[in-house]
Design a protein around this ligand. Structure first.
Ligand code: ADP
Length: 472
């Protein structure tokens, strides 16, 4: 599964933070080390200069005691302490040195002596006998223009290592803190960015589930998210307008069609009266016409109910005798298919509370489907049972059945599973489902492909509290 924006941002921000911390730490450590080294170098140069100046005042290197005094005044404590000085003659022999320094400390080779006397300054890291590291600066001593000897100044360099070590410890601790904090900060920042998006997703999902009149509204959040919300709202606006147009059209057309179809049915009914004395063939053809007109009327009615379902129409709540309704349906539809054995099965006496027109439409849709899809020679049975607190209607057929994966689809609007069979628009079961649910009932399908289907509708029985005065 692809990572969500939230997690991508969290990881991205955390990695960026950690890399930045690491770069800052390394740079800091290097810069500080270099600064301290440079400082040390400057100290040594300055002190060497001062020692030279004092020696110059003496005028020569002959007075060892005076030399030792100068050395002592510059030395801080003993050998190994912070600051050490050695004065040598031009042969490299020690004339005065910080107390405690051994003969071999800061030793100079002959070539080094020669180079220094020529004017070179040797800067090096030297190690005292006990392992202490010092920075050593060796340069010549001059009095006036004469080169009279060599001065060596040294400063303990361990403190740089110690200071850098301490810095490293501090940086490591901060780094560890950063390791914990970085993902948290990343998570927090990412949440700030992802939240408005999640809000948009949530509202968009709700809109899908409810109606198109809802809008996301311009919400707080980054500019892109606001633009997304605005674009989405504009799209909803267009969609709503298009759907409304479509609904208006369907409503207008079904109204327009209903009147002529009802007139047609009335005329056909009159023509089919026994008194009309029609010959067999004409009667059969008129009956077929009548059946088709019935179906068309049912279709226009389904379209009207579709509109009601969307508009949230209030149901009529009156007692409806389902057994009488079943009989009515049977009479109305028995002639639709003469090549199918259609009959009533078990018929208990049951009354429910509801909208008679809608309940009739529901049964008509179910029976019409069974008659429509069942092949010649098949059987369709309409049964009604009274159970504890429910009425159970059952339409059983020996039709082609419905594949299990298609069962959830058949109740969706405009879904047609069997397009070879003419005379459907894919809304019958959607309307049926709406009617059943509006009555607080349930609809179920048990079907075996190739063998047939059983559509079962259960409805709660009448409850006097819900009754409206019955219309006679
Ligand atoms: P239609 O106008 O296509 O009949 P419906 O909403 O009434 O629309 O039914 C949807 C689909 O469910 C049908 O196209 C058909 O594939 C399937 N169906 C409905 N009733 C039956 C049945 N009794 N036997 C087999 N398939 C059925």
């Amino acid at each position: 599964m692809p990572l969500s924006i939230h997690w991508r941002l969290t990881i991205g921000v955390a990695v960026a933070l950690l890399v930045t911390l690491a770069v800052v730490f390394v740079t800091l450590r290097i810069a500080l080390g270099q600064m301290m080294e440079a400082d040390l170098g400057r100290d040594l140069t300055r002190d060497a200069g001062l020692v030279s100046a004092h020696v110059a005042i003496l005028g020569s290197l002959d007075d060892r005691e005076q030399l030792q005094e100068i050395v002592d005044s510059f030395s801080l404590g003993e050998r190994g302490s912070a600051f050490m000085v050695v004065i040598r003659d031009t042969d490299g022999r020690i004339l005065a040195a910080t107390s405690g320094l051994a003969e071999g400390d800061f030793g100079l080779r002959e070539d080094e002596v020669a180079r220094v006397l020529e004017g070179a300054t040797i800067k090096q890291t030297a190690e005292l006998g006990d392992g202490d590291q010092v920075r050593l600066r060796t340069s010549r001593l001059t009095i006036g223009r004469d080169v009279v000897g060599i001065v060596q100044v040294a400063e303990d360099a361990d403190f740089i290592g110690r200071a850098l070590g301490r810095l490293q410890t501090v940086l490591l601790l901060v780094g560890l803190g950063g390791l914990v904090l970085a993902p948290l900060i990343g998570y927090w920042l990412a949440r700030g960015t992802a939240r408005p998006l999640q809000e948009v997703i949530r509202v968009a999902a709700e809109i899908e589930a409810s109606d198109l009149s809802r809008r996301l509204g311009t919400r707080e959040g980054p500019a892109e998210v606001r633009r997304l919300a605005e674009t989405f709202d504009a799209m909803l606006e267009r969609l709503e307008a298009a759907f409304q147009q479509q609904r208006d059209f369907v409503l207008d057309m079904s109204h327009e069609l209903r009147t002529p179809l009802t007139v047609l049915r009335g005329n056909l009914d009159v023509m089919l009266l026994p008194e009309a004395g029609l010959d067999g063939e004409t009667r059969a053809s008129l009956e077929r016409m009548s059946n088709e007109v019935e179906r068309l009327i049912r279709l226009t009615e389904n379209l009207l109910y579709l509109h009601h379902a969307e508009a949230g129409r209030d149901l009529g709540r009156r007692p409806v005798e389902l057994d009488a309704l079943c009989l009515e349906i049977y009479r109305q539809t028995k002639d639709l298919r003469t090549d199918v054995d259609f009959h009533l099965g078990n018929e208990d006496q049951v009354t429910v509370v509801g909208d008679r027109d809608l309940l009739k439409q529901m049964l008509l849709n179910l029976v019409d489907n069974s008659l429509k899809y069942t092949p010649a020679g098949g059987e369709v049975v309409l049964s009604l049972y009274r159970e504890d607190a429910r009425a159970r209607l059952e339409v059983r057929d020996t039709g082609p059945g419905i594949e299990p994966e298609k069962v959830p689809l058949i109740f969706k609007r405009f879904y047609r599973g069997n397009s070879k069979v003419k005379g459907g628009a894919g809304i019958g079961l959607a309307i049926t489902d709406w009617i059943v649910k509006a009555h607080g009932g349930e609809i179920q399908v048990a079907s075996e492909p190739g063998k047939g289907s059983v559509f079962t509708v259960t409805l709660p029985l009448e409850s006097s509290a819900q009754l409206e005065p019955s219309a006679t």
